[in-house]
Write a protein that binds this ligand. Structure first.
Ligand code: UT7
Length: 316
């Protein structure tokens, strides 16, 4: 048995924060941001566009065109680190809004790698025939955790959500999943979610340059691990959907691995780094504009706080 992605959806807030807006907030420039990150603008959520709100609409768009009994969705995972509530989880809130009566529902905290972790878990439940369908969402609004004076993080992050519906299938779908973590460098990228004597504010802290170097090495090794595990030539992969943190990270990796830039789905120019939402938003956009077609081979890969990293090879 395999797990197949049968539908995708995404939600982006309307409000745009451009590089020119950032020029008015901190000492930076449109030119610096584009050259060093590839980002032109990002979306910023309104107060009501929280993780469960954005996640619900991403899920609804994914479900809308499907002819399935919604009660057959046996699992909802929301990959997020910015839920309004620890409990009820955003997964439980979304379950309620969708009108699903009973499903395994939980939030998963694995920073920017969250969607890969969540997809990997749902895959095991489907393959083992415990559930028939799963809804996996990546939804984050890290803009609320940005220090308005920190130009190192303010320029990078934006808000959004993406979702997929998974189904068990006899035809190949998810081919392999690879998830990893190592807490050794956890201090390089942190975000408190409770204020106490150690955490005086809720802001993201990042040693960007250190993270950058580690990310390039780890992700290059991870892609090699994935293609070796599947005994597949890298040229046979139709599309690469990397986590959208910085265009220079993506460029460094594809240069090392000789991947053609035309095979890479890039959305960070429009949305910045949307954390756990970046991969499902990119997937949804490329499916909807017909770049990604049935039976193509796709590689998803992400890296984030923890540190965590992971990849998935799949046949769409
Ligand atoms: O999604 C999870 C993981 N996150 C990431 O993967 C992010 C990884 N890191 C990055 O994307 C990059 O490190 C940043 C975009 C955060 C920073 O770019 P960088 O090329 O690593 O810059 P840097 O920190 O080495 O700083 C270079 C220069 C410094 O000036 P001096 O000391 O050379 O005079 C900085 O003060 O650029 C300056 N600088 C800026 N200038 C204008 C740093 N940030 C800015 C800014 N605007 N926003």
């Amino acid at each position: 048995m395999f797990t197949k992605i049968i539908s995708t959806g995404s939600y982006l807030p309307n409000h745009i924060r451009s590089n020119y807006d950032l020029e008015k907030m901190v000492n930076t420039s449109n030119e610096w941001i584009i050259t060093r990150t590839g980002i032109h603008e990002r979306r910023i959520s309104k107060y009501y566009e929280n993780v469960s709100f954005m996640g619900y609409y991403a899920a609804k768009y994914a479900i809308d065109n499907l002819k399935i009994n919604i009660q057959d969705i046996g699992m909802i995972i929301v990959a997020t680190t910015s839920s309004d509530y620890a409990f009820p989880s955003s997964a439980c809130q979304i379950q309620k809004k969708l009108g699903i009566n009973d499903s395994i529902s939980f939030d998963l905290s694995s920073a920017c790698t969250g969607f890969i972790y969540a997809l990997s878990i749902a895959d095991k439940y489907i393959k083992n025939k415990i559930i028939k369908y799963a809804l996996v969402i990546g939804s984050d609004r890290l803009s609320y955790n940005l220090n308005p004076k920190d130009r190192g993080t303010l320029i990078l992050f934006g808000d959004g959500a993406g979702a997929v519906i998974l189904k068990s299938s006899k035809k190949p779908g998810i081919l392999s999943t690879h998830i990893h973590a190592n807490g050794k460098h956890g201090n390089l990228l942190t975000m408190p979610n409770c204020l106490n004597i150690f955490n005086k504010n809720k802001y993201i802290f990042m040693l960007g340059n250190e993270i950058f170097k580690i990310a390039v090495n780890i992700l290059t090794n991870l892609i090699n691990e994935t293609i070796n595990a599947n005994n597949i030539n890298i040229n046979k992969i139709d599309w690469f959907i990397p986590h959208q943190a910085n265009l220079r990270i993506i460029s460094a990796i594809i240069k090392k691995l000789r991947i053609n830039i035309n095979k890479v789905i890039i959305i960070l120019d429009k949305y910045g780094n949307t954390s756990s939402a970046s991969i499902p938003i990119a997937l949804d956009e490329a499916v909807r504009d017909n770049r990604i077609k049935k039976n193509q081979i796709i590689l998803l890969e992400a890296f984030g706080g923890g540190l965590t990293w992971g990849s998935i090879l799949l046949k769409f």
